[in-house]
Design a protein. Sequence first.
Length: 246
Amino acid sequence: MRLALLLAALIVPLPAAAQTGLPEGFVHLADVAPTIRQDIRYAGARNFLGRPVAFYLAGECILTRRAAEALSRAQAEIAPRGLTLVVWDCYRPAGAVADMMTWTRDAADQRMKAIFYPAVDKARLSLDGYLSARSTHSRGSTVDLGIARAGAMPGYATGACTAATGQRFDDGVLDFGTSYDCFDPRAHVRAPGIGREAAANRAMLAALMQRNGFRAYAKEWWHFQLVSEPFPGRSFDFPVMRRGQR
């Protein structure tokens, strides 16, 4: 009995961060809001680079716990209407941001231009505010997302992100006027000429996120940042890992 008590005293439970392999204050979204659909684009090739981005070792959404819990509340709000959030990017390692910036300087690589930036010069993506050398995503409380009907999945359309519904690159979500990661003025939150349904869906998404503590970015209808983010002055660089990976 005495030996058992001594051994028990020596076994100290690991802190939550060590158990998950994530820094303190971060969680996998699936552990907090498992019904939110995840389509993490930079872990695969369905993105503007046409390849996986550095530091994305898994298609997992990682966020600060505060941001994940806010998204969980937003999901609970729309689920009774047969809708679901779909997240495309969450925490983005600083090394991934650097990989994207290196890509912007490679003028020869234009393989995804026709889909994601058909009318914008690749060299201007950073100057025009679509990409930045320091991303708020690297602080863990910014998320790119849309809203879909429960059960809806991406189709096979692969046209320009600015094309009409049914012709443009299909994200499997409601009509928001463009595809996700569309580097074009039509993706601006208040862009004219996107159609009544798309404008209404953008307004619905923005209002939902605002009610749950996020603010929008004027040039990207899908981009939202938690107002009360816990790490406003920091950028993180740990890789995006699957749950249980250390």
